[in-house]
Design a protein around this ligand. Structure first.
Ligand SMILES: Nc1ncnc2c1ncn2[C@@H]1O[C@H](COP(=O)(O)OP(=O)(O)OP(=O)(O)O)[C@@H](O)[C@H]1O
Length: 631
């Protein structure tokens, strides 16, 4: 005789809401039922291991049977099953019931947010079914039970014969959910949500070549992330990487296989692909990680599990601490989720630092591909900024073909050097010829060669490393140690120009250049060049200025300081000539030309018409001063 039971009042409300859920949410019903079946198998496996009188079962599996004729979808397992009382307890009440949020969700009459916020579990079946039949036999009993409900206020329980322990959930599909009786549709849903379920899922009704009528093993991907690290072969990694990334056959550059028990239980494998599609102009990497809770996929392409600057990684994260069925938004707000993200980020950065230390060649390869993405983290991740700084790599003017880290730079710093110097440019040889570099090369100081203007922004965000400030060689703030004493060249250096003459020259330069410079002054930092341009403290370097200028037509480069070398033969000669007022215009022209030369050498473009006309005048004068007489 069938017994009738009333649902707890909240469940009746919940069922009404679920039946109104949006079409695209319905797939989660299959996921929930498969996940319950998988849990029941897990429980059985554990019991058979622990209790002598529970026979071992080596054929634990989930069988999903869509039946278009009968308009049903059945999810069956040979797990623990349920007794009569289990049925009343488990499928008649609800764990969240009575909690404030749950009641509010029910009152709000919004099925989607409810599905999002709470694990709707078994009751999700009513998103697809007009009535549900659960046939079950507990591993502890001989007979079985049938639970049926049309999703209204009550359910019925009746005794039945079941040959084996386990549960079959039969969904009598609603008219608008008939597609769930189509094996192809169900296969898609199972592959999408349940490929990582740790028990075999067989789909009755489709063969491996898509022919109807046979049984297909749907989740053929072994859960290698739960295996001990050492037992996963490179080939398995390759396959798993191919599965996750779609880059079938490619080898990941490196992987990170994690198994943590604290502060959270996390099992994870992450892969770095061999190439960065963003460098090939293929747009931003939009994929994310697969997130599983107890091997059940909670969310694929979860792009919030790692910070943006690690967006290139593929992988899967499995944690038993996560709530299984919550919406994207609710999940991301979950404290466990945030903790996972934090732990994962830290582990990835440590993995990279080990890679840099132990496999420098692979690290270099990695950095060439993903360095540009990684360095975004300096600006966006305050917490890990110092760790990311350690991972940055730069070319230097001493070793332009190698990439070295800031640590190595600091270790190679000269005595008395207090700052880390950098210069923008691609070609180390051309950069070294710039007048601004003279003072640095004369002192044997190494300089970071920033090949990309963004690097300068990265360094200015960091501001300092190991207590040493980053300073552009073009900056007036550059603090240079004294020239090496033993340098013979010091004694050979020519005398500076007479102070009075030099002042006159600087005065004429100031007149000529008007307000185009911030200041014009002498310097003793130059050796071979007559002058150089430096940026006042904290100013933008010329490289960065040209980038900004290219992007913004209204950008006005800030004024710079023209520093003049009083020992240079030209400057000394001009100082001598300055006593005669008639030479004033010539000296001013020289000032303009020197300024334009300095601009050119620092990558800026002065007015070409004026520059060419002036150079022609100089040549005409110089040619006029020459004699055609052959002596
Ligand atoms: N296939 C099954 N075999 C055995 N027991 C089951 C099965 N499906 C459901 N149950 C029992 O019913 C209970 C309620 O299931 P339901 O899916 O509503 O919630 P849950 O699985 O406990 O939570 P959640 O789905 O949020 O993780 C389960 O805890 C389990 O005891």
């Amino acid at each position: 005789m069938a017994e009738t039971h009333e649902f707890q009042s909240d469940i009746a409300k919940l069922l009404r809401l679920l039946s109104q859920s949006l079409y695209q949410n319905r797939e989660v019903a299959v996921r929930e039922l498969v996940s319950n079946a998988s849990d029941a198998l897990d429980k059985y496996r554990l019991l058979s291991l622990r209790e002598e009188d529970v026979p071992t079962a080596d054929d634990l599996q989930i069988v999903v049977t869509p039946d278009a004729e009968a308009k049903t979808l059945t999810i069956a397992d040979n797990g623990v099953g349920m007794t009569h009382d289990d049925l009343i307890e488990n499928l008649g009440t609800i764990a969240h019931s009575g909690t404030e949020g749950f009641s509010q969700g029910l009152e709000g009459n919004d099925a989607d947010s409810l599905i999002g916020q709470f694990g709707v579990g078994f009751y999700a079946a009513f998103m697809l079914a007009e009535s549900v039949e659960v046939r079950t036999r507990s591993y502890r009993e001989e007979g079985g039970w049938k639970w049926t409900s049309a999703g209204t206020g009550s359910f019925e329980i009746d005794q039945i014969a079941m040959p084996e322990h386990g549960t079959e959930v039969v969904l009598h599909l609603r008219d608008d959910a008939k597609d769930f009786a189509d094996p192809q549709r169900v296969e898609y849903v199972l592959k999408r949500y349940s490929s990582f379920v740790p028990h075999p899922i067989r789909l009755a009704g489709l063969s491996s070549d898509g022919e109807p009528g046979e049984t297909l093993h749907v989740n053929d991907q072994p859960p290698i992330w739960v295996e001990p690290k050492g037992s996963v072969t490179p080939e398995q990694h390759r396959q798993f990487f191919g599965y996750l990334s779609g880059q079938v056959g490619a080898n990941p550059l490196w992987n990170l296989h994690l198994s943590l028990d604290s502060p959270l239980e996390i099992k994870s494998i992450l892969y770095c692909p061999p190439m960065n599609p963003e460098l090939m102009g293929l747009g931003r990497a939009e994929h994310g990680l697969h997130l599983c809770a107890r091997r059940v996929l909670v969310q694929s392409d979860c792009d919030k599990l790692l910070p943006e600057y690690l967006r290139f990684l593929y992988g899967l994260v499995d944690s038993s601490d996560l709530p299984l069925n919550v919406s994207r938004q609710a999940l991301q707000d979950d404290t466990v989720f945030r903790k996972i993200r934090q732990v994962l980020t830290g582990k990835v950065l440590s993995r990279l630092s080990k890679l840099a230390e132990n496999e420098p060649k692979t690290y270099q390869e990695f950095y060439e591909q993903f360095g540009t993405t990684l360095r975004e983290g300096v600006a966006t991740d305050n917490v890990n900024r110092d760790k990311i700084a350690e991972l940055l790599r730069f070319r230097t003017i001493d070793a332009p073909d190698e990439m070295s880290g800031l640590k190595a730079y600091v270790e190679g710093m000269k005595e008395g050097q207090t700052q880390i110097f950098h210069v923008g440019g691609r070609d180390a040889e051309a950069v070294k010829r710039r007048p601004t570099l003279e003072a640095f090369t004369a002192r044997g100081l190494n300089v970071l060669l920033l090949t990309d203007p963004v690097d300068e922004i990265v360094l200015s965000t960091l501001d300092e490393y190991d207590g040493k400030k980053f300073v552009s060689v073009e900056s007036a703030e550059a603090d240079l140690p004294p020239l090496p004493e033993s340098d013979d060249e010091k004694d050979d250096r020519p005398e500076p120009a007479a102070p009075a003459g030099l002042e006159a020259v600087l005065g004429l330069f100031r007149e000529a250049l008007g307000d185009e410079t911030e200041e014009i002054r002498q310097t003793d930092k130059l050796t071979g060049s007559p002058c150089r341009l430096v940026t006042p403290g904290g100013g933008l370097s010329p490289q960065l200025q040209s980038v900004l200028g290219a992007n913004d037509k209204n950008f006005k480069p800030p004024k710079r300081i023209l520093e003049v070398n009083p020992r240079h033969p030209l400057v000394r000669r001009l100082a001598d000539l300055s006593v005669n007022a008639q030479n004033g215009d010539f000296i001013k022209s020289c000032g303009r030309q020197l300024f334009d030369n300095a601009l050119l050498m620092s990558g800026m473009v002065p007015d070409p018409t004026e520059l060419a006309a002036r150079a022609e005048r100089f040549m005409t004068d110089a040619a006029g001063a020459k004699s055609s007489v052959i002596l």
